[in-house]
Each structure stands twice: as structure tokens, then as C-alpha cells.
Design a protein around this ligand. Structure first.
Ligand SMILES: [Zn+2]
Length: 368
């Protein structure tokens, strides 16, 4: 039987004030950064259907997080998120069991790999993956205290360059030079503007210089970027749908008031991993190569879109349908359920195939 859940809002400081009000029940007059749909222990989603359950029942009470292999979020960023990297499966398992056995700093939130997909719901900007070395060297060599980092990068030693940039002298001054250096290096105006944002939002942050190492990506509505474990990134601004494995393992290198764990983040970097930018329109399936999930943002669901939706919602894997604009109706062997905006239908592996009807925008996700 279909289970319907609402989301749990996270009020991280980088969020947009009331940015998720349409989906989280209204104004809180605070940053609304993320709205979580899933069974992760940090924020399991409240169950709103079937009715008659004990008050406060969550998705984690009905299924353990192994039964709910994916976590889906709406994300509203007013300012850049941390420069971060997520651990792969082996590292997450090893570090989590060490942490459980030995106590010490709470670095990981769980023992799972985290790979993620960000789908733009409005124009979305991010730094994802590595900027070509020649560009990063051109940018950093124009900042005197980053010159050592630039030289190390020119030799191809990215990790040494990261350490040198994190140890740069005169940090405030160096960060203030970043936007001008980006213009002198001939980067596009949108990228120079992103460096203005970084420098004005985080003037004294060690991680600000690291953004010079990262490639700038702008996603139009319906387009997406897949970020495998080990790929560094920092989302800059915009409204998006995030799909990920059930994990909250974030290792931060900077650009944040939260704790940073430089050695652990460097250990999690996978220099061989690459992000994928998937240029799509609403109605086109988003299936990154090697990802444990796929997604579809759809409106109207007629013709080809209806066929695509049916294939996403086929039986045999975990599925989630989130109403974004207007109501959606989801129908399975056991009947129909109406989803209001900001609620999601959950279909575990053994639930029947499903159909969805929606005049407005819906997100369909499947995998696990
Ligand atoms: Zn991330």
C-alpha cells in the first residue's frame, strides 16, 4: 500500500528565508534550507497517510532505512554551501565503525556512501568537480599568497595545492583579491560574479580560495548534475531537487561556520571520480551513468512523459513521487491517493506498479 509523507525542514543558515514555505506548511520567518523526504535517522518523514496511525509515526517506524534506500530533498540556497566531499562505501563503513567503537569526534552521521543528484527547479549555480588546471593556475597565480598553491597545481599535485591554499598567509586579503583575479584570468562574467559572492559572504574563510579549484556549473530548469562520492562541490544558489543515497555524511573543507575536517575530507576525495552534468528539459528522464537512482521532473504527464513515468514507477525497486506544483494523484493496485504539494508517495520494492496523474509539476524518483 502507498504511504504518504510530509517533509522535515532544516533551517541551516545558508537557506532562503521562507524559501520552502510552499512545501513545508508555511512561513517560519527563518532560513528554510532543506526539506527531507526519507527515513534517515536525522529527520525521518512524518507519515500523513494511511490515516489512523499513532501521532508522530514516521517513515522510519514503518520501514527501517534499509527499506528506504534513497533520501530526497528540496533545497533552497540563498548563499554558498560549504566546500564538501562525500565518502564512498568502503570509507564510510570503516570510518563509521571506528567512530562507533572508539567514540571521539562525531565526523560521520551514518555508515553509508553518499552520492547525490541535484536537479534545478529554477536556474541553479554550483561549483562541482575540478576546474581545468590551466584555468585554476591562471586564477590563483594572480593572488600573491596563493602563488605556492598555483605552482603545486601546475605540477599536477592537487592535494598539495589544497594544503597550501588552506595554509595561505593573509587570508582576508587573498580572498578579497579572488573576484579581481577571476576577471583578469578572463573567466566568464557569471563565474566572476560567483567569486564576488564567495568573497563577500565568506571574507575570512579558509575554504574560499579552494573554490578557485572547482568548475562552475549553471543548470537551467530540468537539468541536473550527478555528484558521485569523492567529488568536491559547493552549491552556490538556487532552488533544486536533490536525490541521494540514504546518508548525511558531509566532510567539509571550508566555506562554512560548521566544523571542518580537512584530513578526513582529503581522504574522501577520489581524484579519479567525475561529476556528470545532464542537460535535460522537464519531461526528460535523468539517469546518470553508474548512479543507483534515476529521476524525472514532469508536468502534465501526457504522451511520451506518461510512458516515461510508467517505466520509472514500475514494480521491483523503491519509488518516490513528490508533488511540487498542484496536486498529483497516484494509483496502484490498492487504490488512488491524492498528493498535495510538499507531500510524497512512497512505494517500496514489492508494491505494485503505479500510475501518476498531475496537471502541475511532479518529481518521480526510483532506485535502490
Ligand atoms: Zn553534497
Amino acid at each position: 500500500m502507498v504511504t504518504v509523507v510530509s517533509g522535515v525542514v532544516k533551517d541551516y543558515g545558508w537557506g532562503i528565508v521562507d524559501g520552502l514555505a510552499t512545501w513545508c506548511g508555511g512561513s517560519t520567518a527563518r532560513p528554510q534550507a532543506e526539506l527531507w523526504f526519507g527515513a534517515h535517522p536525522s529527520a525521518p518523514s512524518p507519515v500523513v497517510f494511511p490515516a489512523g496511525l499513532t501521532a508522530g509515526t514516521t517513515l522510519a517506524d514503518l520501514f527501517n532505512d534499509q527499506g528506504i534506500p534513497l533520501l530526497v530533498k528540496l533545497l533552497a540556497a540563498a548563499q554558498p554551501l560549504s566546500v564538501q566531499v562525500h565518502p564512498g562505501a568502503d570509507l564510510a563503513r570503516r570510518r563509521w565503525s571506528d567512530q562507533q567503537a572508539n567514540g571521539g569526534p562525531q565526523i560521520l552521521a551514518d555508515g553509508n556512501e553518499k552520492t547525490e543528484l541535484i536537479v534545478a527547479l529554477e536556474a541553479f549555480e554550483a561549483f562541482i568537480g575540478w576546474r581545468p588546471n590551466v584555468e585554476a593556475v591562471a586564477l590563483l597565480s594572480r593572488i600573491p599568497s596563493a602563488a605556492e598553491g598555483a605552482e603545486l597545481l601546475a605540477t599536477g599535485d592537487r592535494i598539495a595545492a589544497i594544503r597550501a591554499l588552506l595554509a595561505a598567509e593573509g587570508l582576508q586579503e587573498a580572498v578579497a583579491l579572488l573576484p579581481g583575479a577571476s576577471r583578469e584570468a578572463g573567466l566568464p562574467a557569471i563565474e566572476c560574479a560567483a567569486y564576488e559572492t564567495v568573497a563577500s559572504t565568506y571574507p575570512g574563510d579558509k575554504g574560499a580560495l579552494l573554490t578557485a579549484l572547482l568548475a562552475h556549473v549553471r543548470l537551467e530548469v530540468g537539468s541536473a548534475a550527478y555528484v558521485p562520492a569523492g567529488v568536491p562541490h559547493s552549491y552556490i544558489r538556487g532552488l533544486g531537487l536533490e536525490v541521494m543515497t540514504t546518508s548525511d555524511n558531509v566532510l567539509r573543507l571550508g566555506l562554512t561556520p560548521k566544523p571542518i575536517f580537512i584530513e578526513e575530507a582529503i581522504e574522501a576525495l577520489d581524484l579519479g571520480a567525475s561529476p556528470q552534468v545532464l542537460r535535460r528539459r522537464v519531461g526528460e528522464v535523468i539517469a546518470p551513468t553508474g548512479a543507483p537512482f534515476e529521476a524525472l521532473l514532469a508536468r502534465g504527464l501526457t504522451g511520451m512523459q506518461e510512458q516515461t513515468a510508467l517505466s520509472i514507477l514500475r514494480q521491483g525497486r523503491f519509488r518516490l513521487c513528490l508533488a511540487i506544483e498542484g496536486a498529483a494523484t497516484i494509483t496502484t493496485d490498492t487504490g488512488s491517493v491524492v498528493l498535495n504539494p510538499g507531500t510524497a508517495a512512497i512505494l517500496p520494492h514489492d508494491d505494485s506498479a503505479a500510475r501518476v496523474a498531475a496537471p502541475g509539476l511532479v518529481a518521480l524518483v526510483a532506485g535502490g
